[in-house]
Design a protein around this ligand. Structure first.
Ligand SMILES: Cc1cc2nc3c(=O)[nH]c(=O)nc-3n(C[C@H](O)[C@H](O)[C@H](O)COP(=O)(O)O)c2cc1C
Length: 158
């Protein structure tokens, strides 16, 4: 079953509550469900990658316009890379909001960004760090085991 449009919209609404530096909200989400779906898929599947994305209900494009007013302010602090951080936080909110709604997700960083801009009619100033595939997990398909670095290698309590 496909994820209904209203559930996709609600997941995006919750994700867009994410915090951002100076509350600049330097982002835009484009949930590709029907229109341009095949063209967007092609941008994610070059060289045989991300085949599973064909089964996703929505491909949510995470984008930011580098020419926006607040982005200029952000440039003053660019060593902090606020915009990239903001988009990462937005993406994290998106996958967590999806999980809370019973919807599975996969972040797709393997993409042809230039072609995506072209397909979606976005200008050269728009960056698209990732696309998030959303869909209901298949019946009886268990979540794969989490393989993570041992906590002592990446965590210190002082
Ligand atoms: C920025 C980023 C880009 C990613 N790009 C892809 C991708 O293009 N294709 C894919 O299958 N998974 C992609 N992933 C998913 C990671 O491979 C996945 O989160 C990681 O292996 C941990 O998976 P797990 O939580 O199921 O253990 C990406 C994840 C991130 C955070």
């Amino acid at each position: 079953m496909g994820v209904p449009d209203d559930v996709i919209s609600e997941i995006c609404r919750v994700a867009l509550l994410a915090p951002s530096a100076m509350n600049a909200q330097p982002w835009r989400l484009i949930a590709v469900v029907r229109e341009k779906r095949e063209e967007v898929l092609k941008c994610l599947q070059h060289l045989g990658a991300n085949k599973f994305a064909s089964k996703a209900s929505a491909l949510v494009v995470v984008a930011s316009d580098k020419s926006g007013g607040m982005m200029k302010v952000g440039e003053l602090f660019k060593e902090n890379e606020f915009v990239r951080n903001d988009l990462g936080i937005l993406t994290a909110h998106l996958v967590l909001a999806a999980q809370a709604a019973g919807v599975g997700s996969c972040i797709l960083g393997w993409r042809n960004e230039e072609k995506l801009r072209e397909v979606l009619g976005l200008g050269k100033n728009v960056v698209i760090p990732e696309v998030v595939a959303l869909g209901y997990p298949a019946d009886g398909y268990p979540l794969r085991e989490k393989k993570r670095k041992p906590q002592p290698d990446v965590f210190t309590l002082l």
